[in-house]
Design a protein around this ligand. Structure first.
Ligand code: ADP
Ligand code: MG
Length: 399
């Protein structure tokens, strides 16, 4: 199928061609007609499957047709880096339109945002900074007719939900709402209803399944051996570039220092670094100036960095969904990639939950020189009652 079979304007079709996309992906084919019809929608599709264009293309189509003035569309994202990425993608796809997007995120100049919003029809924002602007009256959403909530399950979870409610309350008129994510558990679906009217549902593939092109493996290890084992894994030539996830910001810093001491070009991204440091880290990693990006879950969602060959869980994530998002930073848009998880006996409960959610047992791999601790195969059966409590107790906000 080609993009021209979708009911998009010639300008949008030209933009998508200029962008180098030849055929729509499954989520684009499924979602675009529904968005154009004006219906609310909840859409799920795997990581790296083209969800961004699935909402940006019909959004451009609609705003262009309306000859819109003022802010008519709002796109919400959970992290500053993801909001910036969506803003950048909008810029690329809107070259044949007279439409502007402003990215409204914390850590960047407020006055520049105030200036830019004046000429913008689209606001791409993180909830916190957007609320600052709404309270000061420097951004108004009263003309918004389309709301996109990207990584919706993350924005609907308990940390963000009150902010989401406050934002949506300021949109007085009827509007269309779209939600996108690679994961959407039943609990969030319930919460989502509050924001949706008779939504259409588009589900591509299995919800909460990673792309099949990711090769996943478990590396049993003791806590003390994690750092030496990581160094050993990074010696392998097939590890072109890797994102290494840690549980905390301080562990990310310490690990980065250790890697740099060992001659590996590594940089950290987490919530305790300044926005300019975060931007520099991500930009440097994107350009290939660093081989390793050490990150907290702040980088787990949505980031599209081409050619990340490996995702390494130095620490296990706190939930199966978070595992899906982290490893989804590799193997984007049909490419191949590897996910390696260093698992200590203490982390076996989380591993059991992940495997149960994936419906498969992941391959265990031994590394020469490292005696593997025993990780019980049936951890989830033996520990099933505590395994349910574990994630909430250990739940951490993304940096
Ligand atoms: P998701 O949001 O589903 O994780 P993205 O929207 O970030 O995925 O897209 C992943 C990558 O695929 C991006 O680099 C994007 O430019 C590219 N892409 C999107 N749509 C197409 C398409 N139709 N054909 C080829 N590449 C595409
Ligand atoms: Mg996305």
């Amino acid at each position: 199928m080609s993009f021209s079979a979708l009911d998009l304007s010639s300008e949008v079709l030209r933009s998508v061609r200029d962008r180098g996309h030849h055929e729509p992906t499954a989520i684009q084919t499924g979602a675009i007609p529904i968005v154009l019809s004006g219906r609310d929608m909840v859409a799920t599709a795997g990581t790296g499957s083209g969800k961004t264009a699935a909402f940006l293309l019909p959004l451009l189509n609609r705003l262009h047709a309306n000859k819109t003035t003022g802010v008519s569309a709002l796109i919400l994202a959970p992290t500053r880096e993801l909001a910036a990425q969506i803003g950048h993608e909008f810029e690329l796809l809107s070259r044949n339109h007279r439409l502007r997007a402003v990215v409204i995120v914390g850590g960047e100049s407020m006055s520049r945002q105030i200036h830019e919003v004046r000429g913008a029809q689209v606001v791409v924002a993180c909830p916190g900074r957007l609320i600052d602007h709404l309270e000061r009256g420097t951004v108004k959403l009263d003309r918004v007719e389309l709301v996109v909530i990207d990584e919706a399950d993350r924005l609907l979870d308990m940390g963000f939900l009150p902010q989401l409610r406050r934002i949506v309350k300021t949109i007085h008129q009827a509007h269309q709402t779209l939600m996108f994510s690679a994961t959407m558990n039943h609990g969030v679906e319930q919460v989502a209803r509050e924001f949706l009217r008779d939504p259409a549902r588009v589900n591509i593939g299995e919800v909460s399944a990673p792309p099949t092109s990711i090769k996943q493996a478990i590396y049993p290890v003791t806590q003390d051996n994690k750092a030496p084992m990581l160094l050993e894994l990074l010696k392998r030539s097939e590890v072109d570039s890797a994102i290494v996830f840690t549980r905390t910001k301080s562990r990310a810093d310490r690990l980065t220092k250790m890697l740099v001491r060992n001659g590996i070009k590594a940089v950290a991204i987490h919530g305790d670094r300044s926005q300019s440091q975060r931007n520099a880290a991500l930009a440097g990693f994107r350009k290939g100036g660093y081989r390793v990006l050490v990150a907290t879950d702040i980088a787990a969602r949505g980031l599209d960095i081409p050619d990340v060959s490996h995702v390494i869980n130095f620490d296990m994530p706190d939930s199966p969904d978070s595992y899906i998002h982290r490893i989804g930073r590799t193997a984007r848009m049909g490419k191949s990639g590897e996910a390696m998880s260093l698992v200590t006996p203490e982390e076996r409960i989380t591993l059991g939950e992940i495997e149960r959610s994936l419906g498969e047992k992941l391959t265990r791999v031994a590394v020469e020189g490292f005696a593997a601790p025993v990780i019980p195969n049936k951890a989830r059966m033996v520990y099933s009652s505590s395994s349910r409590r574990q994630p909430s107790r250990n739940r951490r906000r993304a940096g």
